[in-house]
Design a protein around this ligand. Sequence first.
Ligand code: ZN
Length: 190
Amino acid sequence: MVRLARPRSGHFDLGTGYHGDLWLDLDALFLRPSRLRPHVRWLGERLREHAVDAVCGPLEGGAFLAYAVADLLGVAFLAGYRSPGEVAGYHLPAVDGGIGGWRVAVVDDAVNAGTAVAACLEELRGRGAVPVAVAALMSLGEASAMVPARLGVPFYPASTVPSRAWPAERCPLCADGIPYADPVAQPRSA
Ligand SMILES: [Zn+2]
């Protein structure tokens, strides 16, 4: 599946305040939804065990995936919209009657530093929902250990991809004066 995202090595500004050594073309990943169907099914099976009321995914890619998983499970779908003016702020749509007490899973395409997933969990808790799990097509670098340890929920990655990422101000590639590689697509959070 990682191959579908055409991975490239280099020095990249990940657009979330982090720099990393791997670039994934997440638009290429979603080009043919039928190729992702087995992976969507795998994510659905993991989340079914948590008896979720809704699946939430940050736009862009995470929301595509969350929509497909929510459809499979017959539960609600919550899009995480980027809050303008914040690097990693997300807000959820208004829901009649609110989402207080809902058991919600957060799904993303690729989880790296986990900024988007963390922001969605914070927004869900702020709305009174109960985040029960995080799932992703790809876990990059340290994410497999970081998500359960730092975010306090189980994490189900369908695949893991070795890579490194650093806060921009502590990026060793910048320190070595290595220029950015220029990804063809717009920077996308992971
Ligand atoms: Zn850098």
